[in-house]
Design a protein around this ligand. Structure first.
Ligand code: NAD
Length: 467
């Protein structure tokens, strides 16, 4: 059984209960973490509060040096950490290395630089405006990008001068332990970073309600985010929320259809569809519709489902039995609603493990449940439209607003439509993900932004000194 990391030391939880960590490919228990309780949260927050004056008073460059050292150690342990993530959440190993491990190492390194280079003072007339760290930050993260989602909030918080209590997902918590070991090894001062494992309604809620927490930075489902925000509102805490999505891939009639469908399918099935920004709705002009469906089905056939450690695997298992069952329920629901299943379905692709076939629905109409709700599995809906106006309306027609894509013959035309999407990111003609660009949601996809300078800004208070 693992321990908690509080005040610079590994410590047993006040609770004796444990949470099993399960390998989703084998269904075997591979580790156990403490199911922390509110007394653990209190100890961790007290440690973080105690460490705040010293850490926030350090020159930013000193904090940057420690973050840079942590990024180097993470790179050095990348193979091992990637294997851990492939084992506890099921990402194919190559993806686990490149995206799940080396990308967060890069983000950590970016905040090592920004700690020093980001300007903290400006003049406004007779005022000196200074940015100061917000204080003790409670960070709550999901399982789908278990290390990236942690680093995207913990690194800027530490760079800003905040101290942190982290509750990683109880479903895939092991990468968080590697990060805690790394912070310990680089000599982060005691109490600056604390790790309390456990369940959301117990540990997460105790963090959100704790009077000594100044800010909650939450990534996860909209339902849990709403609960966290409600609890935080009592203490008028700062809240940053990175929530769900139902993102649209809008393909205009003059687009390169082959590229738009190929990239769109890849983006939908990435990480077995367990990606908040996945392009799960392909919105295609009626004139191109049948061809787009044909191309999508052909592309889907190339998504080999299998063991995360097998080099030919492109789609690993879903993270848990509960997630697999949820996705299967949505596939059944899509058929009940009258959508046409053209690839995949509810058959089990392998006898063992929480696998789901990459699935494509054609004939999906706006307003269907599979078109509105986040499924969080490898399920693509292809939706026809007649006019550009209608395409934009469908794209904006869900409660979410996280990401999107637009394809057209010219960048100018695609950008004009991209500007009309009510989402935090839009890929134009396949534009690559940029880990220094702001990431976050409109509407029920969240509040605030992560990554790059915008992500750092979230962790500052602003003070005006009238001179
Ligand atoms: P989840 O909401 O079930 O859990 C996320 C975290 O919140 C976990 O650590 C969990 O223990 C905790 N939690 C759950 N209930 C809580 C409560 N009542 N109070 C406090 N904490 C609570 O989400 P998940 O299943 O782990 O992750 C999938 C969801 O995360 C999807 O909706 C996905 O879109 C979203 N997500 C969003 C982003 C983004 O950046 N916008 C990134 C990744 C995932």
């Amino acid at each position: 059984m693992r321990q908690l990391y509080i005040g610079g030391a590994w410590a047993a939880s006040a609770s004796e209960e444990a949470i099993d960590v399960v390998n989703p490919a084998t269904e075997e228990i591979i580790d156990r973490v403490p199911a922390g309780d509110p007394a653990d949260v209190d100890a961790a927050v007290t440690a973080a509060r105690g460490a705040f004056p010293g850490w926030s008073a350090l020159p930013p460059a000193e904090r940057g040096k420690l973050l840079a050292a942590a990024a180097e150690l993470l790179k050095g342990r990348a193979d091992e950490v990637a294997r851990t993530i492939a084992t506890d959440m099921g990402s194919p190993l190559g993806f686990a290395l490149k995206v799940q491990t080396l990308m967060p190492a890069g983000v950590l390194a970016s905040y090592a630089r920004l700690a020093e280079s980001h300007p903290r003072e400006t003049r406004v007339g007779n005022s000196l405006v200074v940015k100061e760290p917000v204080g003790v930050v409670a960070a709550i993260t999901p399982w789908n990008y278990p290390l990236h989602q942690i680093v995207a909030k913990v690194a800027p918080a530490l760079a800003a001068g905040c101290t942190v209590v982290l509750k990683p997902s109880e479903v895939a918590p092991l990468a968080a332990y590697a990060l805690a070991e790394i912070f310990h090894e680089v000599g982060l001062p005691s109490g600056v970073f604390n790790l309390v494992s456990g369940r959301g309604p117990v540990v997460g809620e105790a963090m959100a309600a704790h009077p000594e927490v100044d800010m909650i930075s939450f990534t996860g489902s909209t339902v849990a985010g709403r609960r966290v925000a409600a609890l935080a509102s009592d203490g008028v805490k700062r809240v940053a929320l990175e929530l769900g999505g139902k993102s649209a891939n809008v393909i205009l009639p003059d687009a390169d259809l082959g590229a738009a469908v190929k990239v769109g399918v890849a983006n939908c099935f990435i990480n077995a569809g367990q990606t908040c920004s996945a392009l799960t709705r392909m919105i295609v002009h009626r004139d191109l519709y049948d061809e787009a469906v044909r191309l999508a089905v052909a592309a889907t056939a190339k998504y080999t489902v299998g063991d995360p450690f097998d080099e030919t695997t492109r789609v690993g298992p879903l993270v848990s039995a509960a997630q697999r069952d949820r996705v299967i329920r949505y596939i059944n629901r899509g058929q009940e609603e009258g959508a046409r299943l053209v690839a995949g379905g509810t058959d089990r692709p392998l006898p063992r493990g929480f696998y789901v076939e990459p699935t494509v629905f054609a004939g999906v109409e706006p307003g269907m449940v599979i078109e509105q709700e986040e499924i969080f599995g490898p399920v693509l809906s292809v939706i026809p439209y007649t006019s550009e106006e209608e395409a934009v309306e469908i794209a904006n027609g869900t409660p979410y607003g996280l990401a999107g894509a637009v394809w057209a013959a010219t960048e100018e035309r695609a950008v004009a439509v991209a500007r009309r999407l009510r989402t935090g990111q839009v890929a134009v003609n396949g534009g690559a993900f940029n880990p220094m660009a702001p990431f976050g949601g409109y509407k029920r996809s969240g509040i605030g932004r992560e990554l790059g300078e915008h992500g750092l800004e979230e962790f500052f208070e602003v003070k005006a000194l009238q001179l």
